[in-house]
Write a protein that binds this ligand. Structure first.
Ligand SMILES: Nc1ncnc2c1ncn2[C@@H]1O[C@H](COP(=O)(O)OP(=O)(O)OP(=O)(O)O)[C@@H](O)[C@H]1O
Ligand SMILES: [Mg+2]
Length: 506
């Protein structure tokens, strides 16, 4: 008899419906699995055989043919164990079950227990789109699945439980619809209040957090660059539910979603080491997987010691910084992942770190300095809105005992500025000032006569490029938003001009 069960593949971040067809017939005993399965799917035959036996069922005696359709889609991973097992039992007439409206996914252990399966959120989105009414999901993943509305989720602990449910012997209680809960703000181990001096650096990061602007910090060793970057999560705005679902989907597909956290609520903060491979940073692999830039989606990507990163890898950041997503071309087809992150980069001004430091002489040759700075290309720097010099803190400031403004206070201003942007870009949820193109700038960042004159002088004297000009306008918009959201005034333009790059032609 032929049985048909709906299951799901994940391509990039999207679910694709897979039909598991199982034919059990007479003839020489054996199992054939067709439909572009990879090794893990092939091994499913042995897992399913053991799981059925250890769950009290019988594996059919005749020839079992399993087809995963569509045949031209590569299937990977152990997701299909559970649907194959059910298909074998129905095909072998051990159970009778109506499965037309059901999605079944999950890996099986040899004893028949289900195991954590990545990508559940993407699969559930597909189930809803396809009008499937019920989803049978490994019990550990059921809370994640239940975040998607309109599909009934049944947490499956073991193959035997699912069989008993399907034949009506012991119904599995439905998973309660997802509790999204209130949004939370990320904890940071370092509070802004603990950072001594560096007022303009803290202000620069506040502007960055408020408008999602990219930042590069340059300064001598020990000036606190790494410290302020690590304090950043504490002033980042909390994520909306839509953003949280967006981010969770990526972590789920990467298999990085902790089972006890069905929905990620902390805005991502990723700080990959400079030895991270380009596939690790950008994404990739034969089965394209999201990289650090996608894990930082809607959050922060902190690249400490920027010049230490592989130059070719850094160049690959240009496209995602522009498009806010990354496209990976592979033999299996083109896949694209979201990558709308805020880049925070830190570097020394030269190899010894003391160029421009009034307290230490720089020992580097002019060539060495040039070679070091060349590692970061102009086009990459051009995509960074805020350039900050981080000088060494003076001893008196460092030993001050009075705390500065706390992260909570700064975050309140950041949140207020973000909510102004949420209203401004109501048609584009999650959009920020940093995303504005020339047309939006003309609309949302008009200048009064004095500001206009100030900017015109700056463009002439500093030789600002068109990109540099737009960058000043974007920042001025964010600074005005931190100031209540009214029109841009000359003060806002003046502050904005302070964040322009130094060495590089803007
Ligand atoms: N402004 C500051 N306020 C308080 N402590 C500071 C400050 N700057 C530096 N420190 C202290 O100095 C330590 C070193 O700073 P940090 O590692 O952030 O420097 P860095 O600029 O990243 O240096 P490097 O260029 O060598 O990476 C910090 O862990 C902190 O204890
Ligand atoms: Mg550092």
């Amino acid at each position: 008899m032929l049985a048909k069960v709906f299951s799901c593949a994940v391509v990039g971040l999207n679910g694709v419906l897979v039909e598991v067809e199982v034919d059990v017939g007479g003839g020489t005993p054996g199992i054939v699995l067709v439909g572009l399965p990879d090794t893990a799917v092939q091994e499913s035959r042995e897992r399913v055989r053991a799981a059925i036996r250890n769950s009290g069922g019988k594996f059919p005696h005749g020839k079992v043919t399993i087809n995963l359709a569509p045949a031209d889609l590569r299937k990977n991973g152990p997701t299909y164990d559970l649907p194959i097992a059910i298909g074998v039992l129905v095909g072998g007439k051990q159970i009778v079950a109506d499965l037309d409206d059901a999605l079944i996914v999950g890996e099986l252990a040899l004893d028949g227990a289900t195991r954590h399966t990545p990508g559940i959120l993407s699969m559930m989105t597909l189930a809803r789109e396809r009008g499937l009414r019920r989803a049978f999901i490994p019990a550990v993943d059921a809370p994640e699945a239940a975040l998607v509305e309109d599909v009934e989720v049944y947490p499956v602990a073991t193959l035997a439980d699912l069989v008993n449910h399907l034949v009506g012997d012991a119904p599995i209680p439905r998973q309660a619809p997802g509790e999204v809960g209130p949004s939370v703000v990320a904890e940071s181990t370092i509070d802004f209040g603990e950072i001594r001096g560096q007022e303009h650096v803290k202000r620069g990061l506040e502007v960055a957090a408020a408008g999602a602007h990219n930042v590069i910090m340059s300064g001598p060793p020990g000036s606190g660059k790494t410290m302020v970057a690590r304090a950043l999560p504490g002033i980042m705005p909390s994520m909306s539910t839509a953003e949280a679902l967006d981010v969770t989907r990526i972590y789920s597909v990467r298999g990085l979603l902790p089972p006890e956290t069905p929905l990620l609520r902390d805005r991502p903060f990723r700080s990959p080491h400079h030895t991270t491979s380009s596939a690790g940073l950008i994404g990739g692999g034969a089965w394209p997987r999201p990289g650090e830039i996608s894990l930082a989606h809607r959050g922060v990507l902190f690249l400490d010691e920027l010049p230490e990163f592989n130059t070719a890898t850094l160049e690959m950041l240009r496209q995602p910084l522009e498009d806010r997503r990354v496209t990976l071309a592979r033999a299996a087809g083109t896949v694209s992942f979201p990558a709308n992150f805020t880049l925070i980069a830190a570097m020394n001004p030269c190899p010894c770190g003391h160029l421009g430091d009034p307290t230490h002489a720089c020992r580097c040759s002019a060539q060495a300095i040039q070679r070091y700075q060349k590692k970061i290309s102009g086009p990459l720097l051009d995509r960074i809105d805020i350039h900050l010099d981080v000088p060494r803190v003076e001893y008196d400031k460092l030993t001050e005992t009075r705390d500065g403004e706390s992260s909570v206070t700064v975050r309140a201003r950041v949140e207020a500025a973000r909510s102004i942007q949420a209203t401004r870009f109501a048609d584009e949820p999650g959009a920020t000032n940093a995303d504005m193109g020339p047309r939006q700038l003309a609309r949302y960042a008009p200048l009064d006569e004095t500001s206009e004159r100030l900017l015109r002088t700056a463009v002439r004297q500093l030789g600002l490029s068109a990109r540099g000009y737009h960058r000043v306008l974007k920042l001025a918009r964010t600074i005005a938003d931190l100031d209540g959201g009214g029109d841009i005034s000359p003060v806002h333009v003046a502050e904005s001009l302070q964040y322009r790059p130094r060495q590089v032609d803007a």
